[in-house]
Structures are given as structure tokens and as C-alpha cells.
Design a binder for this molecule. Structure first.
Ligand code: NAP
Length: 246
């Protein structure tokens, strides 16, 4: 099937992508920042079910660590042909007036600079004119990019808005080089990310979801894996909302 790098692959949406991709036959390189035990457990789970996976620690906000991630992924399973650019962070809910520069910079470093570094590294290696094998990249954005996240985290929303623009421009730039780049905008999805921001957020905002329920990580993973697949062979530069209509 190919060699897939999933950033932030140990929890939430990333872990759902890892599990689904392994079941579909991808060799999966699971990147994460801090939790070694979780990563090792996920690799064991994939091994036990007959799949192929490795864990690769690295901070996507650090250029050398992103280069190392791709080097190690290639050594493990050959040329990388799929990337899920998923690692992301969310700070404590706060109005714009209370957002400090450190927080702003930290959010941008992971969510935007990190995503840029991952796309750049993938494109450098996948591009057919450079001898690459081509491939597909999916950027994990957020509905916050279009809703704005007023009074909660406009830093996060702005980072995801910029990511959507990166998806459009990068996709056009490399479309002729055998690389497709698309995105998803998840809505309210049941993962750990909300715990450090506002533990009551999902319950508080449930009524704003037209489908009247919170999404599961697997429902986002299904769309991401479709965008990676040949079934989406004529899609590039698009970002799909996965938000229950929100
Ligand atoms: P999560 O449960 O908090 O998991 C985040 C993952 O990212 C973890 O594996 C974490 O690894 C990793 N990570 C964080 N910072 C990293 C860094 N600098 N370098 C490498 N890995 C890093 O998050 P999630 O809810 O699944 O979110 C995944 C993506 O979906 C994010 O981009 C998020 O913005 C987006 N999203 C989520 C929702 C939602 O409702 N959940 C909605 C819209 C968009 P460690 O555990 O090792 O730190």
C-alpha cells in the first residue's frame, strides 16, 4: 500500500488514522512528541494484528527533528508515499485580550510552522522530478479556521486558517509533480485535546452541532484515509469539513 507518516499519531484523531491505515495495509510511521509508552503500545497493537508500524519521537516544530522523522521513516519502510499532518495543540480557552505572545508563538510553532516543515519535507522527497515516488498529504485543520473561535482560542483558529491557505498553494505548486495535498476540518471530536483547554467544551457546544452529537476520531480518520487513497485521485487543494454540519 505504501509508507505513511502520521504526525501526532499516538492519540485522538492521529491514533484513529494509524489504526485504520494499518488495517488497510499501509506501513505506518507513528510520530509523537512526548508519550513513549503510548507510542510503544500502539506499535505492539499493530504488530499483534499483523500490520507494520514503528514509533518515531520528534517535535514537528523543530526542523532537524522533522528531517530526522522522514529519514527514519524511509530507512524503516522505503520511500514515504503518504503523510497525515495531524500534530496540533490547543491552549486554555481565553479571550483575545488575554492571549500572551508566548502562547501565540507556541501555537503557531506546532500548528503552522510544524505543518509547513512536514509538508516541505514530504514534497522534497515525494516530487517525481526529483526522483521521488509521488504521494498524497492530508493536513488536519479545524472548523475553528472558518468559525474563528471567538473568546476561546483565536490563536489556534488563525493557525488553522493559515494551514488551509498552505494546503491550497502547496497543492497547486506540486500537482504536476505527482503529489496531491488536501485537508480536513474536523468539528467537535471526542479526544483529549479539549481537556487542557476547557473540560466542559464538548458538552457546552453540543447544541451548536446540527447532527446533535460529538464526532468520533474514527469518523475523521475515514475521510482522511479516503483523501489519501486512489479513490480521491482527482482531488487536490481541497479541505473537507467533517463536523456534523457545524
Ligand atoms: P490530541 O488527542 O491532543 O493528540 C495530539 C497528538 O499530537 C498526540 O499524539 C501528541 O503527542 C501529538 N503532538 C502534539 N504536539 C506535537 C508536536 N509538537 N510534535 C509532534 N507531535 C505532537 O489531539 P486531537 O484532538 O486528536 O487533534 C489532532 C488534530 O486534529 C490536531 O491538529 C487538532 O488541531 C485537530 N482538530 C481536533 C479537533 C477535536 O475536536 N479533537 C477538532 C478540530 C481539529 P504526545 O501525546 O506525545 O504529546
Amino acid at each position: 500500500m505504501g509508507n505513511l507518516v502520521v504526525t501526532g499519531g499516538t492519540r485522538g484523531i492521529g491514533a484513529a488514522c494509524v489504526r485504520l491505515a494499518a488495517r488497510r495495509g499501509w506501513s505506518v510511521c507513528i510520530n509523537y512528541r512526548a508519550n513513549d509508552a503510548l507510542a510503544a503500545g500502539l506499535v505492539r497493537e499493530i504488530d499483534d494484528s499483523g500490520g507494520r508500524g514503528i514509533a518515531i519521537q520528534g517535535d514537528v516544530a523543530v526542523e532537524a527533528e522533522v528531517i530526522d522523522l522522514f529519514d527514519r521513516a524511509e530507512r524503516a519502510f522505503g520511500p514515504v508515499t503518504g503523510v497525515i499532518n495531524n500534530a496540533g495543540i490547543l491552549a486554555v480557552a481565553a479571550p483575545l485580550a488575554d492571549i500572551g505572545l508566548d502562547r501565540w508563538n507556541a501555537t503557531m510553532a506546532t500548528n503552522l510552522t510544524g505543518a509547513f516543515l512536514v509538508v516541505r519535507e514530504a514534497v522534497r522527497r515525494m516530487a517525481r522530478p526529483n526522483g521521488g515516488a509521488g504521494g498524497a498529504i492530508v493536513n488536519v485543520s479545524s472548523m475553528a479556521a472558518v468559525l474563528g473561535a471567538a473568546n476561546e482560542f483565536i490563536d489556534y483558529a488563525a493557525s488553522k486558517g493559515a494551514l488551509d491557505t498552505l494546503t491550497i498553494g502547496a497543492a497547486k505548486e506540486v500537482a504536476a509533480n505527482g503529489i496531491r495535498i488536501n485537508g480536513v476540518r474536523p468539528g467537535l471530536i471526542d479526544t483529549d485535546i479539549h481537556a487542557g483547554s476547557d473540560p466542559n467544551r464538548l458538552a457546552r457546544l453540543l447544541a451548536t452541532v446540527p447532527m446533535q452529537r460529538i464526532g468520533a476520531p474514527a469518523e475523521v480518520a475515514n475521510v482522511i484515509l479516503w483523501l489519501l487513497s486512489d479513490e480521491a485521485s482527482y482531488c487536490t487543494g481541497v479541505t473537507i469539513d467533517v463536523s456534523g454540519g457545524r
